[in-house]
Design a protein around this ligand. Structure first.
Ligand code: CA
Length: 230
């Protein structure tokens, strides 16, 4: 049975969501306080999180950011204001979906099911060891064997250089801040600092770019971060 965590301070809304989800065969926990909700989300193994934005002790933005550092399970964000949707998108928090209040419980259930099956599909592909290959112009990355080729010629990358390049190339055209890249690639190891990102970007460019000072793949977005050009 799939386990869902609802982090929502308005108990009537949370219970309504829970009732509909339980009828549809899900097991559901409710947490009303932001910080405790985050703790539960990190400690227990949920298949999906339904996350309200405005919460006591810690808001949904921060909770989403913290969960994303360690888990890639679907996160559905619930907001009371339409303008929050732009904010969720703009922050690049990694939320999978957002719904504005008021919404029908059956719509929520439909979205939960859609995200769970998409997530299952993705993780099955990973587990089957299916060849996951990224090919962008002359660059090809084989995620399974962790090999990288530029115009058919194999190049050697360190673990972190490979992770950094693969993250950027897997999400082309998305702008990553240095902080995000540091969090995602170096994560909890916290050796070094943001400058590490700059150094690694430079090394990756030296290896994959024809002219590293005029990069074709990894572009610098001044004052923001980096983007992989499709
Ligand atoms: Ca709320």
């Amino acid at each position: 049975m799939k386990k869902i965590l609802i982090i929502e301070d308005e108990i009537t809304i949370a219970e309504l969501q829970r009732d509909y989800l339980e009828v549809n065969g899900f097991s559901v926990d409710i947490q009303q306080q932001g910080d405790i909700g985050l703790k539960k989300a990190l400690e227990e193994s949920y298949d999906l999180i339904i996350l309200d934005l405005m919460l006591p002790m810690m808001d949904g933005f921060e909770i989403c950011r913290q969960i994303r550092k360690v888990k890639d399970i679907p996160i559905l964000m619930i907001s009371a204001k339409k303008e929050d949707v732009d904010k969720i998108r703009g922050l690049g928090l990694g939320a999978d979906d957002y719904i504005t209040k008021p919404f029908s419980p059956s719509e929520l259930v439909a979205r939960v099911k859609a995200h769970l099956s998409r997530y299952d599909r993705l993780s099955t592909n990973k587990n089957n060891g299916e060849k996951e290959e990224i090919k962008i112009r002359g660059l090809s990355i084989d995620k399974t064997s962790r090999r990288v080729f530029v115009n058919e010629r194999e190049i050697t990358l360190t673990t972190k250089e490979f992770d950094l390049l693969t993250l950027l190339a897997s999400n082309p055209n998305r702008v990553y801040t240095k902080d995000e890249l540091f969090d995602k690639v170096w994560g909890m190891e916290s050796l070094g600092d943001i400058a590490t990102v700059t150094v690694h970007i430079r090394r990756v460019r030296e290896k994959i770019e024809l002219d590293p000072s005029n990069p074709k793949y990894i572009h610098t977005i001044w004052g923001v971060g980096y983007r992989f050009e499709l």
